[in-house]
Design a protein around this ligand. Sequence first.
Ligand SMILES: CC(C)(COP(=O)(O)OP(=O)(O)OC[C@H]1O[C@@H](n2cnc3c(N)ncnc32)[C@H](O)[C@@H]1OP(=O)(O)O)[C@@H](O)C(=O)NCCC(=O)NCCS
Length: 312
Amino acid sequence: MSKRPKITVRAMQPSDRAEVAELICVSTNYWFQMNGNPAVFPDGPNSTSIYFDVYETLDAGENLVAVNEDNGCLAGSVFLHPRETHISLGIMNVHPNYFGCGVASSMLREATKRADEAGKPMRLVSSGRNTDSFSLYNRVGFVPRVLFQGMWLTVPETGLDATADGQEFVREATLDDVDAMVAVEFEVAGIKRPNDIRYFIENVHECWHVSVYEDAAGAIQGFAVSCEHPGCRMVGPCASRTEAQAAALMLTELQLRKGLTMAYMLPVACEELVKTSYSWGAKNYEVALGQVRGEYQPMNGVSVPTFLPETG
Ligand SMILES: CC(C)(COP(=O)(O)OP(=O)(O)OC[C@H]1O[C@@H](n2cnc3c(N)ncnc32)[C@H](O)[C@@H]1OP(=O)(O)O)[C@@H](O)C(=O)NCCC(=O)NCCS
């Protein structure tokens, strides 16, 4: 683009829903296809409205869009969710017409200003294939702290021919489990987000399932969530004290998603869990970077992030 557009950043509104869904779809597919990868959202913009729906349910008024002042069209969008311990940055998108024009940097400036005012670290997970987003985040102080391997696995119609030790301790979560789940994730990853966990269990968008690992003494040792929607088929977030518990939890969630290809991101340092995932038939499709701007607590157990809502 020869002339830099005049961009303003404002809060996302309910009336932006359709345009934000279009933007997420075209921007992500365009970037990945331009770089020789398949489309990330082959089901089109109807599938990507789930991002708007989830983030606006959790964080209405916090999300941002960038507007081209000359024609009123959206040039960019980003989801922000402030939580007690940190601010997460969800999927960031710029319309391909505006790539390289500073649109993402404008939105990120507003986001980092809010984090600095709140005195909170920021967290995100980004694709290791995307040097543009790496540069964008790195220049404002994000540091990659954890390496994840993005894996996907097609669960046969008859289910996976696998079992995991401790699966008998896994059961469906209820709202009574929220406090214990929050405590496990805080211990493992140093983050707290009771509202997200309550939202998963309440399942208003009818695409979530949540399991907990409750040991013989009745203590919650971990949890796993999965999402089944054309815009996001993932297992995660998952947090547990041990890799064996994570395997039992994740296998339980996978067995519920028969006939589907599910993605998940395992910390590369969790070698046993990775080995178990290979034994189920999973393949790597990318590496992803868990990035933090500000204070970071090294992982103390297993934390499996997701892109919806962004967790790291
Ligand atoms: C990644 C994406 C958001 C970048 O948006 P953009 O508006 O083109 O980015 P900007 O023009 O604001 O440039 C970002 C910064 O990175 C810098 N940059 C870009 N490439 C760089 C490189 N190779 N090395 C160092 N810096 C680089 C730019 O100079 C700019 O910094 P500045 O504002 O301090 O000058 C956009 O390409 C996109 O939407 N891609 C598809 C979706 C996606 O990948 N989202 C991220 C998900 S993790």
